[in-house]
Design a binder for this molecule. Structure first.
Ligand SMILES: [Zn+2]
Length: 388
């Protein structure tokens, strides 16, 4: 049995908005799953196969990017870039969710072709995790001509998420709602491209269409790139009681702050989740989720420990994942971070609340160390260290 012991933890962020900071200086994982946490003196640390001395830094569930556009392996043809997933791991992200493999050159748009590509993409990311990062891919973009049997077939083949509604030929709410309902019936979650067109070939989706389509996630509610007018964003926040409000790095930052302010006033911060929407026209964002956490904490008047929940626990709950929360039996996927060197603030969380990025010192996926001092974040004051 593989037994991971992480000791001398400064604080544990839980991913849970209702209790964002857990007491304890030690966490134990068995065979890649969280087993126990608390004070080291109260825990059984015998027979460890791997010991990490956290040297006082913060442990948090690994960050989740709710909105990526992968194609194959750790390469994106969109910006001809290699190793963007590895770079993102260095930004603390351990899980990514595809919103459609739309940058595949020659992407098939006929029904049998799009199904074949989705199933293949689901397989190639399941079979090969770049740098250990979990990429939930194989997200078909709905096209006219699909029938319920197509969604049943996709679900049976392992597809769990639809790509963004609106990036294919289905542009009307009635057809989109029918297909989203079929997807939901067969256990496939859905998202939608909210706002103006992203690149030539994509179109506008306004609040009326988002509400009519009734996807599980309001994809980039702050636009990707162009946001809806303020009154439509407020309308979505007021109307939608179940859907995730997904805020992305590639969107409009002012609209992102508007969304958080509105959600806070409505008592709906639990619906806020984060993505980057990369790779896209604006490139890839290895630190995108950390940057959103710092920006929303600083400008959205949200304590940093709550803003972190937007980037892990809220997404896990909205997306039905067994990561992103400190919970017994959940995957031992973590990011260890500390206040950046020479960044203002009394503590790491205070520094983030002032808009500064923390420094990532280590990532762990399924109980295995995947990266050590980040090559991308500002350097952390203290670094965790593997001692066994
Ligand atoms: Zn989009």
């Amino acid at each position: 049995m593989e037994k991971l012991v992480i000791r001398n933890i400064g604080q544990i962020l839980s991913g849970k908005m209702e209790a964002p900071i857990f007491d304890g200086d030690c966490l134990i994982a068995l065979d890649g799953k969280i087993e126990a946490w608390g004070l080291e003196k109260d825990l059984n640390t015998e027979d460890a196969t791997c010991i990490v001395d956290a040297h006082g830094v913060t442990l948090a569930p690994g960050l989740i990017d709710s909105h990526v556009h992968p194609v194959v392996g750790d390469y994106t043809p969109r910006q001809q870039q290699l190793h963007w997933i590895d770079s993102t791991l260095n930004g603390g992200v351990t899980t990514m969710i595809s919103a459609g493999e739309v940058h595949m050159p020659g992407r098939p748009k006929d029904v049998i072709g799009l199904k074949a590509m989705s199933i293949a993409a689901q397989r190639w990311y399941e079979n090969f995790r770049p740098s250990g990062v979990k990429v939930h891919a194989g997200a078909p973009v709905i096209e006219h001509g699909m029938v319920e049997e197509d969604f049943a077939e996709l679900a049976n083949a392992g597809v769990t998420y639809l790509g963004e509604v609106g990036l294919g030929s289905v542009k009307d709410g009635k057809t989109a709602n029918q297909m989203v309902s079929w997807a939901r019936k067969h256990g496939i979650q859905s998202t939608i491209h909210t706002g103006g067109p992203s690149i030539p070939g994509s179109g506008l989706i306004d609040a009326d269409m988002v509400i009519e389509t009734d996807t599980d996630v309001i994809g980039h509610i702050n636009g990707g790139h162009s946001a809806l007018p303020d009154d439509q964003i407020i309308c979505l926040c007021e109307t939608c009681t179940r859907q995730a409000f997904e805020i992305v790095h590639n969107g409009n930052e002012r609209a992102a702050v508007l969304t958080v302010n509105t959600a806070r006033e409505l008592g709906k911060l639990g619906q806020v989740i984060l993505g980057t929407d990369g790779p896209a026209g604006s490139g890839v964002q290895p630190l995108g989720i950390l940057r959103m956490i710092a920006m929303l904490s600083a400008f959205g008047n949200v304590p940093a420990e709550i803003a972190f929940c937007f980037g892990n626990g809220n997404t896990a709950r909205q997306r039905n994942l067994d990561v992103g929360l400190i919970e017994k039996g959940y995957c031992a996927d973590f990011v260890l971070l500390d206040q950046a060197q020479h960044a203002p603030g009394k503590t790491m969380l205070d520094s983030v609340a002032q808009g500064n990025l923390p420094g990532v010192g280590m990532t762990i996926i399924d109980g295995v160390i995947r990266s050590e001092r980040s090559r991308n974040t500002p350097p952390a004051q203290r670094l965790p260290e593997r001692v066994l």
